[in-house]
Design a binder for this molecule. Structure first.
Ligand code: TXE
Length: 496
């Protein structure tokens, strides 16, 4: 243990001295410790926030020309693209996700830096309609020091998309990555420095959520909090943030319905279900964890689904052939087991999987599992965040729509049909922040990402994310209206 590499916080352009208390990071596929990180205490968090505020007020980044922001973020994209293999290796090691998935995902992450670099360069203010010979210009400026609380399931993707949006808009960013998989995010500090980002503009601080994360989110000097995590975490940070008048963007859980209608090729539908349900071992906020299948195709679909799920290769994530890697930790395995147990108590039928497994006797693995359940059962309504999916038989289109909308989540949903009028009709009626038609989990930096109901508030990606990191000012210019003075005879008239 003494030989484990320690990666300390990244603050003001360098790694700081390690804290006395540390957190150990495990490889979920082998249970072996791979590194330690800092556990940042409250005084240190508060100092970092105050010095970040100084960095913001220095104007080095907050007042930099948009062309400079464009060039730094573009350079960061080039650097990241040139280092994808090393990040892929690290991401696989700390998350237990199959290397083939990490290659595909990480190859796209530089696009987020390119997109927000471009947005910084081209985003324009507005002139709004105004009564009389008056011009109102709307301008946007950065909000200040922002906290980003990021998770372990897509560590680099989620941190990069938040960092890119916030930096493009001119803010100073403090990222608190997940204590379960922080190592790739910690590498971004040096990468941005090399790209030319002024020291103190991106700070990366580590520790447990209930400690370091909490201390950070309680700090009244923040201008915004951007969280991807659980509803419980949102509820823990929201009261203080509200008292301190700090807005929150929150990307939380989901229970995405995947709706299959007659006419789709069964083979394609099953492939779609495998991708939607089992990518990242089901540990994504848009996991297609409820398959809502029309009665006309249910039997054929389920028969082939079970065959294909049973054949998925579970194993060592570093092996190119592995399709299902580990889940993040022991608690995740236990959570999957308890969902299976409860589904059976509710009258569900396990069609395949249903239990933990291991590789050479080690690791946090759970067999890909499909359970036929009733629409209102516990498994059908609650998020597992693991490879356990529910399949539900529905008798018609209206029933599919009704069931799709019956959980407290509303993040992602997909509709699979060859009938384009049906596709639009159904998509329009599904409550979700993102509805895919004949696709699932399609993502692009320009496409707003975020849910309704208990899935969160606000959006990542797109102009919406960029603007959420700005504050708007109206500058109202009178170029011809004769002012009405307070003591004029017409009285206390105003323009509106
Ligand atoms: O998330 P946590 P967990 C959902 C999913 C999952 C559940 C729990 O439903 O089952 O959340 O996962 C930090 N103050 N998603 O426990 O704890 C924590 O350190 C400040 C959806 O892993 O919310 C980490 O950096 N910060 C999701 C981050 O919050 C706190 C991704 C997320 O961890 C904190 C992950 C506190 N009091 C989980 N408590 C998605 N949308 O992709 C924790 N944190």
């Amino acid at each position: 243990m003494a030989d484990l590499p320690h990666v300390s916080n990244w603050v003001h352009g360098s790694h700081t001295s390690p804290t006395s208390k540390r957190v150990t990071i495990l490889n979920p596929a082998t249970e072996a410790p791979i590194a330690t990180i800092d556990s940042t205490p409250q005084e240190a968090v508060n100092e970092i926030v105050l010095s970040s505020l100084d960095a913001f007020h220095s104007g080095k980044w907050s007042k930099a020309d948009s062309s400079e922001r464009f060039s730094v973020l573009s350079k960061a994209a080039i650097l990241l693209r040139s280092r994808i293999p090393e990040f892929v290796e690290l991401e696989t090691l700390q998350t237990g996700r199959p290397i083939r998935e990490m290659r595909a995902q990480l190859a796209r992450i530089p696009e987020w830096l390119e997109y927000f670099a471009s947005l910084a360069r081209v985003h324009e203010g507005r002139v709004t309609p105004f009564k009389g010979p008056v011009v109102n210009t709307l301008t946007r400026s950065p909000v200040g020091v922002v906290a980003q609380i990021t998770p372990w399931n897509h560590p680099l993707l989620i941190a990069t998309k938040k960092i890119a949006a916030a930096l493009a808009a001119g803010n100073v960013v403090i990222v608190k990555p997940s204590e379960l998989a922080p190592l790739s995010v910690l590498r971004l500090g040096a990468l941005f420095k090399e790209a030319g980002l002024p020291d103190g503009t991106l700070q990366i601080i580590c520790g447990y959520g209930r400690e370091t994360g909490k201390y950070l989110c309680e700090n009244a000097h923040l201008a915004k909090i951007d969280l991807t995590g659980g509803l419980a975490t949102y509820k823990a940070i929201a009261p203080n943030a509200s008292t301190n008048m700090i807005p929150i963007t929150a990307e939380l859980g989901g229970k995405a319905p995947v709706c299959f209608f007659p006419g789709v090729e069964i083979e394609d539908a099953v492939k779609a279900a495998l991708f939607a349900g089992f990518i990242a071992s089901g540990q994504t906020c848009v996991t297609g964890s409820r398959l809502l299948v029309h009665d006309d195709i249910y039997d054929a679909f389920v028969e082939l689904l079970v065959k294909r799920v049973t054949a998925l290769r579970v194993g060592d994530p570093t092996d190119d052939r592995t399709q299902i890697g580990a889940v993040i930790n022991k608690a995740a395995v236990e959570r999957c087991s308890s969902f299976v147990e409860r589904a059976v108590q509710d009258g569900g039928t396990i069609l395949c999987g249903g239990k933990p497994t291991s590789v050479d006797g080690k690791g946090f693995f759970f067999l890909p599992t499909v359970i036929a359940v009733a629409e209102s059962s516990h498994l059908a309504c609650n998020e597992v965040f693991g490879p356990v999916i529910a399949v539900i038989r529905c008798s018609n289109e209206q029933e599919i729509i009704r069931v799709a909308n019956m959980t407290s989540f509303a993040l992602g949903a997909s509709v699979w049909t060859n009938d384009f009028t049906q596709a639009h009709r159904v998509a329009e009626q599904i409550e979700a922040g993102i509805v895919w038609i004949n696709g699932h989990h399609l993502n692009d930096p320009s496409s707003p990402w975020g849910g309704f109901k208990e899935s969160g508030v606000g959006k990542e990606n797109g102009i919406e994310a960029y603007e959420s990191y700005t504050k708007v000012k109206s500058t109202v210019i009178n170029y011809g209206v004769k002012p009405v003075w307070f003591d004029d005879e017409v009285g206390n008239a105003r323009y509106g």
